[in-house]
Design a protein around this ligand. Structure first.
Ligand SMILES: [Zn+2]
Length: 580
């Protein structure tokens, strides 16, 4: 018998506080950290971590595992990148509360906004709940490879209260607002960490409609957030497509400042460098800084590389996926047969000459993006997320004397159709991540928007923790982030931002959520498609090497990247106080 459940010996502890790494032992009892330093007692299990990093488990506060967590125990990609706690229910979309008659509408919403196949959601989600507290009770019965917490999403609340009027984005009556506020309040009182929404209008449901909550009035939002003020807890998360005039940016941000000032609840929103308005983020951060100076807590959720669309023959989109010939003759074929067909000169000639069909409103934006060859790169393995200019397909095509579209075609059909093309959507206007670095280092930003569990057929951003550690602290040419800073950003900062003060630090009394990392060997591999979702749905997977072990609630969940088939992760109800 040992004195502890687990002792990790002689690791290089990067404890999440931002202080310099130091060699120490870490002892664990009952899911919590019992001792850090020189541990004299013995453990029932011991790990020799000499030469390896020991970090807190990472906390990802922006995910969409709301469906996935109800049908499987593995919350990948996050769980294979050192993440031990995820917060879901972001961006105003989710699956509770809901009436039986509205499930289809919610699935349509999630599937359109977040690109999760409809058949998968229909087959996978048990819907053994109606109210939000009942949803939490259902989640309470789930076990996963990471801890999970959720937020009350605006879209389902609006549909639940207003039915068809909500879907049609009609203004809410005073009675509607009061009912919505009560639902959000009850959800947060029962254990949701906050309330989420999304603003303006570029997103679409699968049917091509603007989601129900996008144009909600300030009065509606105010009634809802004031219910959280009464409760004294709950964070607010949102994203905004920011309209096109300067005046409207300030209108929108001023509105959030008023709502945060009135309610006292902190707000965080997705902040990236937008290609259409490359300087907007600076302006937004200036306003955020001014707001914080007045005690109004607003943070930008930032992303450490270009949020990127991935294109390939086995993914949701590629430059030819909306071409009529592709849709009618090729799309349904197995990959191998499709590649064979596409290698025929006459098929190639036809596809190169065709314009994409843009009539499908639900994917109009993705179809437009899929033809922007001038923004595309070949991703490669290991993937390069800040490729240099001469690697652009347009520049390569010019050197080869091909049209860019033809080069894209040739790349897609080589390697048995496995090539992945990368389209950096944001954060890469000047072809470097220098501006992203300014955002990362800003005092009023926090890591987020990795969207784990969503966009499963064309975005795989949830692998960002591994990218931060490899690229930003180790491999980048030019300014890098200190390792201890990056670890703090991934664990302590994100945990605190959403009220989880019991994790994110390697300190006595904190949750024993940890990573043991072979830093020299840490490698992020290229994403690829697998078809293992309910009803055969497709999703992207992205493996990493170098995680020697990941520990959740004191239990080892992964060893050398392989699952131990234990699922100690549980629902977290409500904010958690610091143990000290
Ligand atoms: Zn999101």
């Amino acid at each position: 018998m040992g004195d502890f459940d687990l002792v990790i010996r002689r690791g290089t502890v990067v404890d999440g506080s931002g202080v310099q790494p130091r060699e120490a032992d870490v002892a664990i009892v009952g899911g919590c950290i019992a001792e850090v330093g020189r541990v004299n007692g013995s453990g029932r299990e011991e790990i020799d971590a000499k030469g390896l990093l020991v970090t807190p488990g990472f906390v990802d506060i922006h995910t969409h595992y709301d469906g996935q967590v109800t049908w499987e125990n593995t919350l990948a990609p996050s769980s294979v990148h050192g993440v031990t706690t995820v917060l879901m229910g972001n961006c105003g979309v989710g699956f509770a509360p809901t009436l039986a008659t509205e499930r289809e509408a919610l699935i349509d919403l999630m599937s359109g906004v977040e690109d999760i196949p409809e058949a998968t959601l229909t087959a996978g989600i048990p819907f053994d709940w109606e109210t939000f507290p009942e949803f939490l009770d259902s989640l309470e019965r789930r076990h996963a490879d990471v801890n999970f917490a959720t937020q009350v999403p605006h879209g389902p609340v609006r549909l639940y209260v207003m039915g068809k009027r909500g879907a049609a984005r009609e203004p809410a009556t005073a009675d509607d607002m009061a009912r919505m506020a009560k639902i959000v309040r009850d959800g947060v009182a029962a254990g949701a960490l906050g309330f989420t929404t999304h603003r303006s209008g570029a997103q679409r449901t699968k049917k091509g409609e603007i989601p129900p909550h996008e144009t909600a009035s300030e009065g509606e939002l105010r009634t809802i957030v004031m219910a959280l003020k009464d409760l004294g807890r709950g964070v607010i998360q949102g994203a905004d497509d920011w309209a096109d005039t300067h005046e409207e940016f300030s209108t929108e941000l001023d509105m959030w400042s008023r709502l945060v000032r009135a309610s006292g609840r902190p707000y965080s929103f997705a902040l990236t460098q937008r290609t259409a308005q490359p300087e907007l983020w600076r302006w937004l951060l200036e306003h955020v800084t001014n707001a914080n100076r007045e005690g109004i807590v607003i943070r930008g959720q930032v992303y450490p590389r270009p949020p990127g669309m991935l294109l390939g023959l086995d993914l949701s989109h590629h430059p030819f996926s909306a071409c009529p010939t592709y849709k009618s003759d090729l799309a349904a074929l197995p990959l191998e047969r499709r590649v064979e067909e596409m290698r025929k000169p006459e098929v190639k000639r036809r596809l190169l000459a065709e314009d994409p069909d843009r009539s499908d409103r639900s994917s109009a934006r993705e179809t437009t993006w899929s033809r922007k060859i001038e923004n595309m790169y070949e991703l490669g393995d290991p993937p390069d997320y800040s490729p240099s200019r001469e690697l652009k397909l347009t520049e390569r095509a010019e050197r080869m004397g091909l049209s860019p579209l033809e080069l894209a075609y040739d790349l897609l059909v080589k390697d048995e159709g496995q090539t992945v093309l990368f389209f950096p959507i944001n954060n890469f206007v000047a072809g470097t991540l220098d501006d992203a670095l300014v955002m990362l280092k800003h005092p009023h930003t926090v890591l987020g928007i990795g969207d784990g569990g969503a966009h499963v057929g064309y975005i795989c951003d949830a692998s960002y923790p591994t990218h931060i550690l490899t690229y930003w602290t180790r491999d980048r040419q030019g300014e890098r982030l200190p390792l201890e800073t990056a670890v703090k950003m991934l664990s302590n900062d994100t945990a605190k931002a959403v009220g989880l003060e019991d994790r994110g630090l390697i300190k006595r009394g904190y949750r024993a959520d940890l990573n043991i990392i072979d830093y020299g060997k840490l490698t992020l591999h290229a994403p690829s498609a697998i078809f293992d979702l309910p009803a055969g749905g497709r999703r992207l997977r992205q493996p990493a090497d170098g995680y020697a072990a990941t520990i959740v609630n004191g239990v080892i969940t992964y060893r050398d990247g392989k699952s131990t088939l234990t699922y100690p992760g549980r629902l977290i109800r409500g904010p958690q106080p610091s143990p000290n």
